[in-house]
Design a protein around this ligand. Structure first.
Ligand code: NAD
Ligand code: DAU
Length: 350
């Protein structure tokens, strides 16, 4: 094996696509998927590659510094790609401390483990932190987030991600650790946990349940197909420069209500339902507190310096995504039983 990479959060939505990409594209790398399997972690996401000889799963919590140190000492990773996180804004409003623990303290535990293991020997080493555009706050009608935009997080989730980004940079500056960060816009695609807008609404359309649009529905997000994010992560990991930040985005802004209407239209066609049937499920509900009005990424740096651009159009990606959920009803059934039902009640019926 030419190198060992620990990918944290590899059983989650984006992490599973990153793990699959690295395991299949780089058969000479040893890929360790380190994940605590919280409600969002699901090994079913990786069923197709779990028997590959270059893939290892380690169930571990990044809050357990001792366990993380042991794993690092045992595998001697050359690279860390850190995706493990509490990732849902609405949950962060319900329980902010969980986000401080996992996203801030968990990240610092990983930095400490890498620092201890590498002990200043940084040749061919890399600590890659996966972050979000939400650290930049909210935009008005115009403008884009660049790598120079001042941090201005508004939710407990984005505040915890901003804090983790600061720690990663601080370890780069203070201990000269080979750190790198990317901040990405909203992802969508297969294996997305149905608490987030697109998979939640696909699930509710299938079940003919109300589609809860927050506020006036005019909030804007910049959507990127998850496999294009995984490709960007691959590129940044291999070709990015230490201590740099790369913004990643879809060049694809949608107001929530327009996106929901498109989703309803595509789903009706695929489910052979009469035109306009699913739109009738749209229900305006109370707004998310601190709701950021608009996100939009300027991804020109990664595009110019590393040659990345999205490969999938939104219509194609959304269509593939709906197909995936329609073909994977067992997956949906598993992840929407148990804890999901309690969360759903608390979030939407209180
Ligand atoms: P996710 O919630 O689907 O998955 C998170 C994974 O982390 C799960 O497998 C979970 O089991 C694991 N995890 C959580 N706490 C852990 C802990 N204490 N120890 C070990 N593992 C733990 O998240 P996602 O949407 O795939 O996001 C992955 C990363 O990408 C996050 O850091 C997130 O901030 C960032 N990000 C997400 C998006 C998006 O649109 N989803 C966009 C930009 C950046
Ligand atoms: O921008 C990147 C971020 O995108 C990631 O860092 C986060 O991990 C990820 O969860 C996502 O955050 P958002 O808050 O933008 O995604 P979410 O799918 O929760 O919401 C998208 C938009 O849809 C947002 O404006 C809120 C709205 N929404 C969401 C839900 C769940 C609704 O109107 N109704 C809903 O039920």
């Amino acid at each position: 094996m030419s190198q060992t990479i620990i990918i944290t959060g590899g059983a989650g939505f984006i992490g599973s696509h990153v793990v699959r990409r690295f395991v299949t594209h780089y058969p000479n790398y040893r890929i360790i998927n380190l994940d605590a399997l919280t409600y969002a972690g699901n090994l079913e996401n990786l069923h197709d590659i779990e028997d590959r000889s270059n893939y290892i799963f380690e169930k571990a919590n990044i809050l357990n510094a001792e366990a993380i140190d042991k794993l690092f000492a045992s595998y001697h990773p050359d690279g860390i790609i850190h995706l493990a996180a509490e990732s849902h804004v609405d949950r962060s409003i319900l329980s902010p401390l969980d986000f401080v623990y996992t996203n801030v303290i968990g990240t610092v535990n990983l930095l400490n483990a890498a620092k201890k293991l590498w002990n200043g020997q940084h040749s061919n080493k890399r600590f890659y932190h996966i972050s979000t555009d939400e650290v930049y706050g909210a935009l008005g009608e115009s403008g884009f987030f660049t790598e120079q935009t001042r941090y201005d997080p508004h939710s407990p989730y984005s505040a915890s991600k901003a804090a983790s980004d600061h720690f990663v940079r601080a370890y780069g500056d203070t201990y000269q650790m080979p750190v790198i960060i990317s901040n990405c816009s909203n992802n969508y695609g297969p294996n997305h946990f149905p608490e987030k807008l697109i998979p939640l609404f696909i699930n509710n359309i299938i079940e003919k349940k109300p589609l809860p649009v927050y506020g006036d529905g005019l909030y804007t997000r910049d959507w990127l197909f998850v496999k294009d994010h995984a490709a960007a992560i691959d590129l940044v990991f291999h070709k990015g420069k230490d201590h740099e930040t790369y913004n990643i985005g879809g060049f694809n802004e949608w107001k929530n209500i327009d996106l929901v209407k498109l989703l309803c239209k595509l789903a009706d066609e695929k489910l052979n339902r009469p035109k306009g049937e699913s739109e009738k499920l749209i229900t305006y509900v109370k707004d998310r507190p601190g709701h950021d009005r608009r996100y939009a990424i300027d991804a020109s740096k990664i595009s110019k310096e590393l040659g990345w651009k999205p490969s999938v159009t939104f219509e194609e990606g959304l269509s593939q995504t709906i197909d995936w959920y329609l073909q994977n009803t067992e997956w949906l059934r598993h992840v929407t039983s148990g804890e999901y039902q309690q969360y759903y009640k608390k979030q939407y019926q209180s």
